[in-house]
Design a protein around this ligand. Structure first.
Ligand code: GCB
Length: 593
């Protein structure tokens, strides 16, 4: 699915702003057909944003179920004869959309886009009523999973990950036009041999047969470097300027659909020419060993929740740069496409993660002391949940496969991994990911419950990704023991002969809390904790990546281990540095020269 863009043949309108909004605790709206009329008792809500924190109302913050959004859209007068498309960049976690009285789209999954051809319902120059109902419930069939329980006080949502279940229209909504005969999709795969680059392209055309396809690749100064024709081919670029970590060099691939000398449709795709490969314990970008330095992040901020915001995005990238970070993981769901575009342009490397997290009931049992059911079973996550997960992977790869910044897929975070049921569940998902994208390594993020030799998914993964909290959840306050045990574990994983990325290590830290003797929760302890981890990483050659958990403090569900959210941020939630930030800056800036 191509992102909307303005081109010689296309136009787009962003529908963001204040929409009308009403929560629907009893679920009456679907029966009563709330889309058929102006929303009653509605208030203004900003789009994009999570709705939870913008009002001072616990009923909205903790709402479980449907929330209704409505606005009025005027179709531009000049769009006659064009195909008109409505697109939601994200609706968390599922949505149904109506144009006036007609249902036009239905989508499951909170972090990938969906769209509908609304040409038949959108008359140029006229208005239509746009209504979306967004459901935030997490169930055994959703990704991530959860349970909704009916209690005397109403439905209560539980889920098995810590970050707060923000919901709503988190990203932009668009109305855009394309010609009826159009470029429907584009795929590029790039290669490098010496100073020659290749761009293997494929164009999917829809709405017409027998039209021509012309492609031109230009450098960033506008110079044409290669061209071709036909729906598929390989462009060769001599003296190529590759995309590389730290230098997001992009070419522009202009694709034109032609009818004789007429250009019927035109679309531009930024292309970074680079390769990715796992060789032994090395992770190679353009044939050179790459070391991941950075963070696991969240899309999270005060008031906005998970709403995309360009100010926050640019600021976060500025802080990554300040630290000397070269990469991050989109933990624990696909981030807004604007984020990947930015990473492409600035040479930041991304581990792209599917929205799969909390697929490990033993972990919850361990924390809560409760006896939990098996994670994968007919009563819990079963074939239906697996299909939701497969679809989430399909949509992730379809959306992000052309981004040079994305070098590795993580198909799940901390799943149950030591059971036969887990292997049966995940094997097909590894296969699916590889089939959809044979060009990138694939992995899963391991949690300590499946130790080396016990993780039945490790055999399917190209890289080892480990989340470990030695010195925090284990050996709390005892960094000396933590150091020994951690090193011993890493040495075991190193025997697999694969690159190891430590995708999480971190310690909760209250900004401003100091102690002469490094005590857990103090800034001094976070510093000492990171330094201990770094000593360990530097002793194990197979470790090629360190992603601190987390870039910034973030909101969580309520819990006795969380005070105003998760405090493992190196920055506070409002992006002020803790002492640990200077430690990372010294280490990472030194390493990058
Ligand atoms: C983890 C999870 C992450 C949590 C983190 C923590 O292992 O992957 O989502 O936030 O631990 O701080 O407990």
């Amino acid at each position: 699915m191509l992102r909307p863009q303005d081109s010689a043949t296309r136009e787009r309108r962003r529908l963001d702003g204040l929409w009308r909004f009403a929560i629907d605790p009893s679920g009456a709206g679907r029966e009563q057909g709330w889309w058929r009329r102006p929303l009653a008792d509605a208030r203004d809500v900003p789009v994009p944003a999570s709705y939870n924190d913008v009002f001072a109302d616990p009923a909205i913050r903790d709402h479980v179920g449907d929330a209704w959004y409505q606005t009025t859209v005027r179709v531009p007068r000049g769009w006659g004869g064009q195909r008109v498309v409505l697109r939601f960049d994200a609706a968390t976690h599922r949505a149904v959309v109506w144009v006036d009285d007609v249902e036009v789209a239905r989508h499951e999954g909170g972090y990938t886009p969906f769209e509908a051809d609304v040409t038949a319902h959108a008359r140029p120059g006229e208005e239509f009523r746009l209504t979306a109902v967004v459901d935030n419930r997490l169930t055994w069939e959703s990704v991530p999973p959860g349970i909704v329980e009916d209690t005397p006080a109403g439905p209560r949502q539980t889920y098995f990950h810590d970050f707060f279940n923000y919901a709503g229209l988190h990203r932009s909504v668009w109305l855009y036009s394309t010609p009826p005969a159009r470029i429907d999709d584009l795929t590029v795969v790039t290669g490098l041999r010496g100073t020659t680059g290749t761009v293997d392209y494929r164009v999917d055309v829809a709405g017409a047969d027998g039209l021509g396809v012309r492609v031109v690749l230009r450098d960033d100064d506008g110079t044409e470097v290669a061209s071709g024709s036909g729906t598929a081919g390989i462009l060769t670029v001599e003296d190529v300027h590759p995309w590389r970590p730290g230098e997001g060099h992009l070419y522009d691939l202009r694709v034109e659909l032609t009818d004789g000398t007429d250009v019927v449709d035109s679309y531009s795709l930024p292309v970074g020419i680079r390769t990715v490969e796992v060789r032994g314990t090395q992770f190679l970008v353009n044939g050179e060993p790459f070391r991941f330095r950075g963070f696991g992040k969240h899309e999270d901020a005060p008031f906005r929740g998970k709403g995309h915001d360009d100010v926050l995005m640019v600021h976060d990238f500025a802080l990554l740069d300040w630290c000397g970070a070269n990469s991050f993981r989109t933990s624990h769901y696909p981030y807004a496409e604007e984020v990947l575009d930015y990473a492409d342009r600035h040479g930041i490397v991304v581990i792209g993660e599917a929205a799969a997290v909390g697929q490990n009931l033993a972990l919850i049992g361990g924390i809560s002391g409760r006896q939990m059911a098996p994670t994968f079973s007919p009563e819990t996550i079963s074939a239906a949940g697996q299909e939701t997960h497969a679809q989430a992977i399909r949509e992730l790869v379809a959306r992000d496969r052309n981004h040079p910044s994305v070098v590795l897929w993580s198909i799940t975070n901390e799943p149950e991994a030591d059971t036969e049921a887990a292997e049966e569940y995940f094997r097909p998902l590894f296969e699916l990911t590889r089939e959809l994208d044979p060009t990138r390594p694939v992995g899963h993020v391991n949690v300590f419950l499946a130790r080396h030799g016990e993780d039945r998914l490790a055999q399917y993964a190209d890289v080892v990704m480990l989340n470990r909290y030695y010195g925090w959840y284990a050996f709390t306050g005892d960094l000396a023991t933590a150091e020994t045990v951690w090193q011993a574990e890493l040495e075991q994983w190193a025997t697999d002969g694969k690159p190891i990325i430590v995708t999480e290590y971190g310690a909760d830290t209250v900004a401003g809390l100091h102690s002469v003797v490094p005590e857990p929760w103090s800034e001094e302890y976070q510093v000492a904790y990171l330094e201990m981890n770094h000593r360990v990483f530097d002793r194990v050659d197979a470790v090629v990546g360190e992603h601190v958990w987390n870039f910034a403090d973030f909101a969580t569900k309520s819990g006795i281990t969380r005070v105003d959210g998760n405090k493992k941020g190196v920055f506070t939630r409002d992006r002020r540095p803790k002492a640990a930030a200077a430690v990372l800056r010294r280490r990472w800036r030194e390493a990058s020269g």
